[in-house]
Design a binder for this molecule. Structure first.
Ligand code: ADP
Ligand code: MG
Ligand code: MG
Length: 237
């Protein structure tokens, strides 16, 4: 049984626009799976639907997690089951310190501090910093990655963790994602970064125009994506 199973999913936005037009995919326990495809193909919408964000309506198909149909489950219940996501645009938490934010994700402060170190932030320097405007976009992205790592979810969806990240090389981000796996998380990785997709992915899916159109070895799917004008980049941006 797959950890996550998305079956023939069709999703509309509130105004009735069909965005996901037939998507099926699976993620197994401990697996790292890439989801690539051109901008506007529906990757973020698919991800938000899987974690249960409001504003989208499933008009066909289902989402199964740990064998259970979660299509109609509220987001917090999916989170409780071990399903979480990091956002393409990380949230700002004015008035909350990094340490307070991470303490919502885990009771284990030593582990939370280790997570900060793994994403390249010195806990001594960042624990008491405020989580809002005074952090750069790249720093907030790192805090967000540390937060989802700290939760040790069974499945985490990372929506373009490389976008706007000031990590000098994709090696660092690859290490972060591998650590999530070592800590027991399966990962669905949405990225435009070819090196990252090829380096960490066990398998890959290609999404185009609302549909999953290919699945296989990341190198093959990356090539297919490039042939279809899939807007991939190499290395650090
Ligand atoms: P991707 O993440 O692959 O870039 P998105 O899922 O963000 O793609 O968007 C897919 C398409 O759906 C885009 O054309 C986008 O403008 C549209 N879209 C996304 N969210 C909404 C929404 N809430 N209402 C209407 N259209 C939307
Ligand atoms: Mg995009
Ligand atoms: Mg997106």
């Amino acid at each position: 049984m797959a950890l996550l199973e998305v079956k023939d999913l069709r999703v509309e936005s509130e105004d009735g626009t069909e965005i996901v037009r037939g998507a099926s995919l699976t993620v197994d326990e401990g697996e790292i799976v890439d989801l690539i495809g051109p901008n506007g193909s529906g990757k973020s919408t698919l991800a938000k639907t899987i974690v249960g964000c409001s504003g989208y309506e499933v008009v066909e198909g289902e989402v199964r997690f740990k064998g259970r149909d979660i299509t109609d489950l509220p987001m917090y219940e999916r989170a409780r089951m071990g399903l979480t996501m990091s956002w393409q645009e990380p949230a700002r938490f004015e008035g909350l310190t990094v340490g307070e934010y991470l303490s919502v994700c885990t009771d284990d402060e030593d582990w939370a501090r280790r997570c900060l170190r793994i994403v390249g932030l010195d806990p001594e320097e960042y624990w008491d910093r405020e989580c809002g405007e005074n952090l750069s976009g790249g720093e907030r992205k790192r805090v967000e990655l540390a937060a989802v790592m700290a939760m040790r979810p069974d499945l985490v969806i990372l929506d373009e963790p490389d976008a706007g990240l000031d990590m000098s090389s994709m090696e660092d981000l690859a290490k972060v994602i591998e650590t999530m796996r070592e800590e027991g998380s399966a990962v669905l990785l949405i990225t435009h970064n070819r090196d990252l997709a090829e380096q960490v992915g066990d398998r890959a899916y290609l999404m185009m125009d609302g549909k999953i159109v290919d699945e296989g070895d990341p190198k093959d799917v990356v090539l297919k994506c490039l042939m279809c004008g899939g807007g991939l980049v190499c290395g650090a941006e």
